[in-house]
Design a protein around this ligand. Structure first.
Ligand SMILES: [Zn+2]
Length: 468
């Protein structure tokens, strides 16, 4: 890829942004040195300090408005606005988050809060999730202002301070400061790329729910020597019921979704090789990824429900006793297919539990409150055609549609609240990033491409007929 993009109307801005790459990496480094771990009260002041540091830097880019927004009990949010000299230009909102996952208990090869370049990667907590994401936009904004003294679009930047603890006040920020979230299109920068060579556009999320399976048989624990073989063991029954909820591979026997060809083909178009699973999920030697069977792996990961046993009341070995227990429970984390509700999946599993339950025990499956909705998006319209022009010019290919197996609250919130707007979910993560784990890193080639793409994205989204 040539950074000069000859004959491109923005080649001067692209070339300037590219010439500033080392300075942009250094700027990213100053932010990464502040351990803004939002879910650890010991770092509350660091989150506030980083928000102030970011806001102070944004002031050097001469925004029309720049504020650190506060709500009681919430970490701060940084919000800035730039006006284009073209009053009719559309408004593009860029979302990112400045807070970090903790590093406690993790073994790092380099200090997690001291950004370190090794080969073509920058190692630090938050390098890719998500500081590299929004800093790549700061670099694009700076380049436009430096070279042209203007931006092609009106721009809003929203940088959240508590994404890593579930964005619990984001909706309240949206309600309290609606003007900050008014836009014609949104670029949400906290997502993945399928590889360092192929850019990703995230279009789906799985939902999440928790259910508690309870098996009861006795009014009290009784001696296993006196009563074994005469009364049921609830722990064994519990295991048998759970085993019947899944097939031989451990995948749900109910609730699988028959997707139309469009979704199946989109998932099949993103191969996820065995090596990626083996490395990414730390499979032990001799352990292999589950077979695909009749569905591509991406469909299993993004578009189908999954059941995981996350807790049981069976005593830990040091609290064992020779007794038949009165009751045994297991907490199931149930990932939901996009569009599937927790109630639908609960009903299907409830019927299955009733069918699997041995007649001599009493069983029950309860749905816990607090489930999170999945999300499935159709990226249609001129904004995506325009965005793909920017990606194609820099990456040499268009964005590939991908899903996320997890349930990111901010995505579901934006997705459900602004569903009529073009939502471009991109980012700077790649399969080797290990976000939330030790040795998180940002691929500097991806970072560079993200900066240059963002330069072009503002130009493309501003073209007449794209957003207005
Ligand atoms: Zn993130």
């Amino acid at each position: 890829m040539s950074a000069s993009l000859p004959n491109h109307p923005c080649q001067d801005v692209v070339a300037y942004a590219d010439s500033q790459l080392q300075a942009t990496i250094a700027l990213l480094g100053t932010f990464l040195r502040i351990p803004a771990i939002s879910c650890d009260a010991a770092h509350t002041a660091d989150v506030a300090q980083l928000a102030d540091t970011v806001a102070a830097h944004l002031q050097t880019l001469h925004p029309t408005d720049c504020r650190v927004l506060q709500l009681p009990g919430a970490h701060p949010m940084v919000a800035a606005t730039w006006k284009s000299s073209n009053a009719n230009a559309p408004t593009v909102l860029v979302y990112g988050h400045l807070d970090l996952q903790p590093v406690k208990g993790e073994v790092w090869r380099t200090p997690p809060h001291e950004p370190t370049v090794v080969g073509d990667r920058l190692y630090a907590r938050g390098a890719a999730d998500d500081m590299g994401g929004w800093v790549s936009h700061l670099a694009a904004i700076a380049a436009w202002l430096q070279v042209r003294g203007d931006l092609p679009c009106h721009l809003r930047l929203v940088i959240e301070g508590e994404e890593e603890c579930g964005s619990s006040h984001l909706e309240q920020f949206m309600d309290t400061y609606p003007e900050v979230f008014t836009a014609d299109a949104m670029v949400l920068t906290d997502c993945e790329n399928p590889s360092t060579e192929v850019p990703g556009l995230t279009i789906s999320l799985r939902g999440i729910s928790e259910m508690v399976l309870t098996v009861r048989a006795l009014g009290a624990d009784v001696h296993s020597g006196l009563w074994g073989n005469a009364v049921p063991d609830v722990a064994t029954s519990l295991c048998k019921i759970i085993a019947g909820l899944v097939d031989g591979d451990g995948r749900p026997t109910v609730g699988l979704v028959d997707w139309p060809a469009q979704q199946r083909q989109a998932a099949a178009a993103v191969p996820i090789p065995d090596e990626v699973v083996t490395q990414g999920a730390h499979l032990l030697p001799g352990v292999f990824p589950l077979p695909d069977r009749d569905r591509p792996r991406a469909e299993w990961l993004w578009l189908q429900p999954a059941i995981t046993v996350v807790a049981t009341t069976m005593p830990h070995a040091d609290r064992k006793k020779n007794a038949l227990r009165a009751e045994a429970t297991a907490t199931l984390s149930v990932r939901l297919a996009p569009g599937q509700t927790a109630q639908q999946m609960h009903q299907l599993l409830q019927e299955r539990v009733a069918a699997l339950s041995p007649p001599q025990v009493l069983s029950d499956l309860a749905l816990l409150p607090g489930d999170g909705q999945g999300w499935l998006y159709q990226p249609k319209g001129e904004a995506f055609v325009a965005a793909n022009r920017a990606y194609k010019a820099v990456w040499g290919c268009e964005m590939v549609h991908i899903g996320v197996g997890g349930s990111i609250p901010f995505v579901a919130l934006f997705g459900n609240r602004f569903k009529t707007l073009p939502l471009i979910l991109n980012g700077v993560m790649d399969p080797e990033t290990t976000a939330h784990g030790p040795n998180e890193s940002l691929h500097l080639g991806v970072f560079r491409k993200a900066i240059l793409t963002n330069v072009l994205l503002l130009h493309e989204l501003a073209q007449p007929g794209v957003l207005r």
